[in-house]
Design a protein around this ligand. Sequence first.
Ligand code: SF4
Length: 98
Amino acid sequence: MRLADEAQDQSWQEYANCLGVDPDLFFPERGASTREAKEVCRGCVVREDCLEYALGNSEKFGIWGGMSERERRRIRRQRALARQAAMQVTASEGTATA
Ligand code: SF4
């Protein structure tokens, strides 16, 4: 469990499945298996909160919300593309009505 000291609501951490689990499991050496950590996350009721926290805070290392750094990078890219597409639609709607 990774506790941070930001002011945002982190009460979800109280329900984390990884409370009491060795934190090293969630920060494996490069190339090491992430399977065990992901197994812990699989049954975690705050998995979405954890993932969103990691995405929102640009956590670069470790398993958060059952996802590796690479998997989170992919989500960030997908969201950025979706935001871009939405802005283009909004912009084109603006020009259509102008
Ligand atoms: S999703 Fe995984 S890392 Fe996040 S709180 Fe739950 S068990 Fe811990």
